[in-house]
Design a protein around this ligand. Structure first.
Ligand SMILES: [Zn+2]
Length: 242
């Protein structure tokens, strides 16, 4: 499709999400295809998902460590071995200058060709996708791509104190967008996506219909994009950010 970099031109991808499990619901099938193609993928998770889960008897103080461990295990299912956490409080994320600087720092460290992030826009057709933390992280991530990470004079402490040179991300993939422009056929990696989702035991352990629910959603995305019957797809809004 026009406007999308060929995977062969992409060496590194940085996936920025608000919560542990977001990347697996939105993009794990696509991530598995990328790592299969030899692309190095790094996850940056802004919160520890410490407001998540359903077990009221589980000690809340232990939730962050549990959710980090679940995200690391889920990443392994799709070939990702570099997972970073920023430790922001779950449910209270705002697109602050501090978050923009923290994301610009990770962009300059990882130097990705392609960046994946949530949508800053509310999707009225999908309530859960438009969680306020997702929208805040999407907004801050796009600001970190442009201008913060590429402007050597933005957040000068990154360069002067940490030695991080400016970096230009070439392309952004937005997950959960109300206006998707691109789909990836994930029929072949669907099983690994489900395995990744099941690794988030504290979140999906009680969902007996998890696989069916995801299959229904990905079937609809494939159908909307005109893929043949029986195919499964994840959809994205892709932006060129030259
Ligand atoms: Zn989330």
């Amino acid at each position: 499709m026009a406007g999308v970099l060929d995977d062969a031109e992409v060496g590194r991808v940085l996936a920025i999400t608000a919560h542990p499990d977001d990347v697996d619901f939105g993009a794990a099938g696509t991530i598995a295809r990328w790592t299969d193609a030899g692309i190095e993928v790094t996850y940056c998770v802004v919160t520890d998902g410490d407001a998540g889960g359903y077990d009221e008897d589980f000690p809340r103080a232990e939730v962050p460590a549990l959710r980090r461990a679940e995200q690391v295990a889920a990443a392994t299912c799709v070939g990702v071995h570099d997972v970073r956490f920023l430790g922001y409080p779950d449910g209270r994320v705002e697109a602050t200058l501090e978050l923009r600087r923290d994301l610009a720092r990770v962009i300059r460290q990882v130097r990705p060709d392609r960046l994946l992030c949530p949508s800053p826009d509310r999707n009225y057709a999908a309530t859960g996708v438009s969680h306020p933390d997702h929208r805040a992280v999407g907004s801050a991530a796009l600001d970190a791509v442009y201008p913060d990470a590429r402007n050597p004079f933005a957040f000068p402490e990154l360069r002067d104190r940490e030695g991080l040179a400016a970096w230009k991300v070439r392309e952004v993939w937005i997950s959960g967008s109300p206006s998707p422009t691109h789909v990836v056929d994930v029929t072949g990696t669907f099983g690994r996506k489900i395995a990744a989702l099941r690794a988030h035991v504290s979140q999906t352990g009680q969902m007996s219909d998890l696989e069916e629910r995801i299959r229904t959603r990905l079937t609809r995305a494939a159908g909307t994009a005109g893929l043949p019957e029986g195919r499964l797809a994840e959809s994205f809004q892709v932006l060129e950010t030259p």
